[in-house]
Write a new protein. Sequence first.
Length: 153
Amino acid sequence: MSRQVKRLPEQESKLYSNSMSECIFCGIVSGEIPARKVLESDSCLAFLDIFPANRGHTLVIPKIHVADIHGAETNTYSTVAAMAKDVADLLTTKLSSDGISIFQMNREAGWQTVFHLHMHVIPRWKNDLLHKPWDIAPASEESLTEVLQQIKK
Ligand code: 5GP
Ligand code: ZN
């Protein structure tokens, strides 16, 4: 049975999910909140997103609470990425998808809404209705040089 999650206003939503004790995904790990599990290991869990972007949209999380990529040990991030690869292979085989898109949002500015690290694994089909969230436009030589200088200095 799926649990209907009420969308909270942005401010409350942030407060709600920033604390580990009230984190939705920690609730799923502990079994307090039901989820449709796709894969599970000692360190990670994959389950269906209840607001899917496409059929089979799956989230992969570490079982320990870390807010985002910056809060995660490299090893924790690697185990999540490894399970995302297994989920991608599984969904492609079982759902006969034509492709897979993987998203991993960090912090409010990066479109994260649940502040427990997760990867979105989204099956794709030719001509599905999803579209890229950015428009492509060529950068100037100067802007590429300038940003690389700042990154490397
Ligand atoms: P974000 O926006 O942080 O990258 O992704 C959070 C994702 O969690 C969203 O795609 C949202 O649909 C999903 N989500 C939020 N609450 C629940 C829940 O209670 N159960 C499940 N399975 N997914 C949830
Ligand atoms: Zn959590």
